[in-house]
Design a protein around this ligand. Structure first.
Ligand code: NAD
Ligand code: DAU
Length: 355
């Protein structure tokens, strides 16, 4: 089947990597990106595919029903890959309203539009609504707790994760009530090219390059599971093509690392790979700061379901992935320098002055 995809949030970090992947692997598929180009969206992230016959970019908001209806109809969309979201936990603590609007209301608006479109087309069984979600909906783990699996009860702790949990519930309900062919994925922390500088790994790379302190929250012993973004995109491909409607799949890298260890590893790599660091060795920049409010202690993913049922497994090790990422930020100064804008500086001051 040649799919006709609507990719929401395709100008963001994971969305853009997914669009690159899809256009390369399925060049005959139609890919339409709908993205509001918020502070986190960047048209340059799609430069590799702009101009292709089967690709179209539309600037617009997922809360705007008119634009969604028009795209579903005129582009004859059969698959939605839904990435668009407010995605940063710290920003959700500073200002939660946008998170409820985009993540909950926006997802609801897309679901309603897609349901109507699917019903008008006589409910084709090969239509798909892929909802890209997060492991943060499951809450926080203690050191000895088993990893999150698909049946772990939801216990979101931040406005971000609560808004994603709300959207997950809506997606699930649309399958249960209307049999709309939805699938949910809950993934751990991604890293790789095109990630906005506010997130831990790009922030540490960039601050090292410009000689700014490397702010580590609390005692630095919070644990995250890290997955290279290319492996996440491969998992989403498998889920779209072989996943069961109504199901949820957890996706993770089986790479649990304490934040402080990750930052130290990044510093070593920067020392090795960057020739003219303003502060050398980079670890001198590490600064412990006040903890994030409500900071989840540990996330870990049990990805057995997607491995055994769909045959996906991550292929990039954390050492390889971090190296690729560090090299990408070293070689793409022209990409990240403009992102350290007045908006970013204002956010930075606000976030780190209260810490
Ligand atoms: P991102 O912040 O880099 O990108 C989000 C994109 O959505 C941006 O291009 C932005 O312009 C767009 N957007 C925001 N509001 C919009 C709106 N109202 N209408 C249209 N577009 C809008 O996010 P990301 O890190 O690429 O995450 C993508 C998705 O994956 C999110 O749903 C997130 O919850 C989920 N996720 C992220 C991670 C991670 O580690 N980054 C892990 C698991 C799941
Ligand atoms: O788990 C998946 C989630 O991962 C996604 O759903 C989110 O969209 C994504 O942003 C990410 O959330 P985190 O809060 O885990 O990512 P972040 O990069 O913001 O932080 C990673 C860890 O590093 C976390 O424990 C907080 C810590 N941290 C972060 C920043 C930005 C610091 O110690 N210092 C920092 O400056």
């Amino acid at each position: 089947m040649n799919r006709r995809l609507l990719v929401t949030g395709g100008a963001g970090f994971i969305g853009a990597n997914f669009v690159h992947h899809w256009c390369q692997v399925y060049p005959d598929d139609r890919v339409v990106v709908l993205d509001a180009l918020t502070y986190a969206g960047n048209r340059l992230n799609l430069a590799l595919v702009e101009g292709r016959e089967n690709f179209r970019f539309v600037q617009g908001d997922i809360c705007d029903r008119t634009i969604i209806d028009e795209l579903l109809l005129t582009e004859n969309i059969d698959t939605i890959a839904h990435f668009a979201a407010e995605s940063h936990v710290d920003r959700s603590i500073l200002g939660p309203a946008a998170f409820v609007q985009t993540n909950v209301v926006g997802t609801f608006t897309l679901l309603e539009a897609f349901r109507q479109h699917w019903e008008i087309k006589a409910q084709p069984s090969d239509y798909r609504f892929l909802h890209v979600s997060t492991d943060e909906v499951y809450g926080s783990l203690g050191a000895d707790d088993p990893a999150f699996c698909e049946t772990t009860p939801y216990a979101p702790n931040s406005p971000y994760s609560a808004s994603k949990a709300g959207s997950d519930h809506l997606v699930r309900a649309y399958y249960h009530t209307y049999q709309l062919p939805t699938i949910i994925t809950n993934c751990s922390n991604n890293y790789g090219p095109y990630q906005f500088p506010e997130k831990l790994i790009p922030l540490m790379c960039i601050n090292t390059l410009i000689g700014k302190p490397l702010p580590v929250y609390g005692d630095g012993k919070n644990v995250r599971d890290w997955l290279y973004v290319g492996d996440h995109c491969l998992a989403l491909d498998v889920v779209i093509n072989r996943g069961e409607p109504g199901e949820t799949y957890n996706i993770g890298g089986n790479n649990e690392v304490e934040n402080i260890n990750l930052v130290q590893l990044l510093c070593q790599m920067m020392d090795e790979l960057a020739s003219d660091l303003p502060v050398h060795p980079a670890k001198q920049l590490i600064t412990f700061v006040k903890d994030r409010q409500g900071h989840d202690r540990r996330y870990a993913i049990n990805a057995n379901k997607i491995k055994t049922q769909l045959g996906w497994t991550p292929s990039v090790t954390i050492a390889e992935g971090l190296r690729l990422t560090v090299e990408w930020y070293l070689n793409h100064r022209d990409w990240w320098e403009p992102l350290l804008s007045a908006e970013y500086q204002a956010y930075y001051r606000k976030n780190y002055s209260v810490k």
